[in-house]
Structure formats: structure tokens, C-alpha cells
Ligand binder design. Sequence first.
Ligand code: URA
Length: 201
Amino acid sequence: MSLEEIARRIRECMRCSLHLTRINAVPGEGNPKARIVFVGEAPGRNEDLQGRPFVGAAGKLLTELLGEIGLTRKDIFITNVVKCRPPNNRDPKPEEISACLPFLKKQLEIIDPDIIVALGRHSALTLLRLAGKEERSIMKVRGKVFEVELFGRRRKLIPTLHPAAVLYNPRLRPLLESDFKMLEEILLGDKRRKSSLEEWF
Ligand code: URA
């Protein structure tokens, strides 16, 4: 199955009641061959209106933070755990998360990224649970790199804060920035390893 086929199925999905209130489903977008996939929580108002992920204020901050570590949105793939907006931006319910999870799993299987960045509590705890790790607190897991076995191979899972949480409480910004710095270090380390291998062969 292709990413386009999954997006088509998401747009037609009626697996939970969120389809009754959505304007547009938001399958996700970006580089289909990305090494890094960012996973948010659920679309907000602007995303629902446009059918695209992270196009509101939180998206602007995300794009800015990516720029600070030399990445653009074209380098990565961005999606959400839940593909339709919960009314009034409430938290997604557990049954909505489980109804939607097969779409995220399929997207991650196809893109096959080395690194998954989970934005916010719902995304982080859901992805950690998929990897067999039960956690309860985003503050306890953020700032760490989890080497997990997901979809048949080892990958890095990096839980961090949701950009919207930083907009709500700007004192959290240094934590989010330091997690992005950590991601930059990982990418630079991989690059260095690659070029020293090229010297050998
Ligand atoms: N917040 C999210 O978690 N996802 C979006 O797409 C937008 C805001």
C-alpha cells in the first residue's frame, strides 16, 4: 500500500465519531523517504480547515525550531496519532486513538524512518506503548532517546513536549529547544560516521 492510498482511506474513514464533526481529515505530509517522522497529537482548528498538519501557531513554532537545527518541513514527514480534530481541541479519547492507530502504524511502516519524534504526551505515551514501554509522564520521558524495536527493526524514539504546550507556557521553551539540539547532535553524529566510512572505502 502507498502513502497516497492510506491518505485516501483516512479521508474516507468513519471508524470513530470524530468523522461526524471534522471538516477535513489530516493524513499528514512531507518527504515520503524521510529519515525522521514527527508525530503530533491531533489536528486543531486550522489543520481541520486546511486538511494539513501543523499549519497553525504550533506549526509555526515547529517550523522555526526545525530551522534552528538546519531542517525544513520538506526534509521530514509530519503526521498525528489521531487524524481528525477532536471538537474544541479536547484531548483525544483512548478509543479514538486505538481506532486511528492502524493508519499511523502503516505510515511508519512505509516511510521506515530511523528516528521518530513524538510531540506531546499523547503521541509519546502511545508510541512508547507500541514499543512495549508503559510510561505515564511526558516530563519523565522527554529529553531521552529510546532505542526501540518497532515494525521489525531498531529505531530511535525521541519524546518531547508539544509546541502548543510551549506557546501556552513559554518557560518550557528551553526544554523543547534542548530536545531539538539533541536531535541535531544525533543527525550530525550520523553524518560524521558516514563520511568517515566513506574515507575507508
Ligand atoms: N497540534 C497537533 O498535535 N497536530 C497538528 O497537526 C496541529 C496541532
